[in-house]
Design a binder for this molecule. Sequence first.
Ligand SMILES: Nc1ncnc2c1ncn2[C@@H]1O[C@H](COP(=O)(O)OP(=O)(O)OP(=O)(O)O)[C@@H](O)[C@H]1O
Ligand SMILES: [Mg+2]
Length: 133
Amino acid sequence: MAVVSTESLPIKSEPDVVTVRRRVREVTAQLGFGLVDQTKVVTAASELARNTMIYGGGGVMSVETLNGPRTGIRLTFEDNGPGIADVEMALRDGFTTGSGLGLGLGGSKRLVNDFQILSRVGQGTRVTITRWK
Ligand SMILES: Nc1ncnc2c1ncn2[C@@H]1O[C@H](COP(=O)(O)OP(=O)(O)OP(=O)(O)O)[C@@H](O)[C@H]1O
Ligand SMILES: [Mg+2]
C-alpha cells in the first residue's frame, strides 16, 4: 500500500469544520467514491472534527490517500485536549459529557472500514479512520 498524498487542515472553529467537510468531499470524489460513500466519509469526518473542536479544544485533521492494490482515504484527527477517560464508554451510543446526543463516535465508527482511537487523559486524543473504495 502506498500513501499517495497527505495534507493537514486546522480544526479550531466552525468554519474550519465546514472546510474539512468540503475537502473530504473533494478528495473522495477525486478518488472515485460514489456519492453515498462520499457522504459516509464526510459525515464521519464532520462528527470527528466537531469532537476535536468542542472537546479537544481544537486540533488538526490530516488527509492521506491510499492506493495499491486498493484505493482509499485515511483521515486522522488529533488534539492535545483533556483526553477520554473511558474510550469504550465514549463509543457507546447515547454517552455524552456535553450537550450532544452521544452518537458521534459510534456513528463514525459504523460509517468507515477501520476506526482507531488512542486517547490519554491529560494528553489528547487521536482518531484515525479509513474507508476503502
Ligand atoms: N476529542 C475528544 N477529546 C475529549 N473527549 C472527547 C473527544 N471526542 C469525544 N469525546 C468524549 O466522548 C463523548 C462521546 O462523543 P460523541 O461524539 O459520541 O458524542 P457527543 O459529541 O457528546 O454528541 P454528538 O456527537 O451526538 O453530538 C463526548 O461527549 C466526550 O466526552
Ligand atoms: Mg460528537
